[in-house]
Ligand binder design. Structure first.
Ligand code: NI
Length: 170
């Protein structure tokens, strides 16, 4: 197992559109294990492969209190999303320290394979539904701050670049 470096907004690689996972094999399971370790280490509830600079359709999630219920979604597709939507605060491991409101469907159904290659459908609501939609956006090269106003987004971009410069100097 290994911790993977997480790309930070506004890194242009975060805007890469992910390709389907061709084969669920040991290489993929190793990536899944590393992504889970990276997500838990960073206290995140979700991580898309895009964020660790692997541009394949793979997401790991754990919204449980005990951090012991990992969900692995390989080649996920949202097959249904509720018309009922709500604005809730979101954060992202690629945009540390920033939280802001994004409108999401309250419930979704997603079809995906698991780490064994088994096809499954996950019915999600609440935090899990929001998390799935957020991570699926990453696979399309979209970061949640892109839902915010250009003014807010530029402010966040400036803040992130400043933080990076300070980290490099330290
Ligand atoms: Ni994110």
């Amino acid at each position: 197992m290994a911790l993977l470096p997480i790309l930070c907004y506004p890194d242009p690689r975060l805007h890469t559109v992910a390709k389907p996972v061709a084969q669920v094999d040991d290489r993929l399971r190793q990536l899944v294990a590393d992504m889970l370790e990276t997500m838990y280490d960073a206290n995140g509830i979700g991580l898309a492969a895009t964020q660790v600079d692997v541009h394949e359709r793979l997401i790991v999630i754990d919204v449980s209190e005990e951090r012991d219920q990992p969900i692995v979604l390989v080649n996920p597709e949202i097959t249904w999303a509720s018309d009922d939507k709500r604005v809730g605060d979101e954060g992202c491991l690629s945009v540390p320290g920033i939280y802001d409101g994004v409108e999401r469907s309250l419930a979704v159904k997603v079809r995906a394979q698991d780490a064994q290659g088994q096809e499954r459908t996950v019915e999600a609501e609440g935090l899990l539904a929001v998390c799935i939609q957020h991570e699926m956006d990453h696979l399309l090269g979209k970061v949640f701050v892109e839902y915010l106003s250009p003014l807010k987004r530029n402010r966040i971009k400036t803040k992130m670049l400043k933080a990076r410069r300070e980290a490099e100097r330290a």
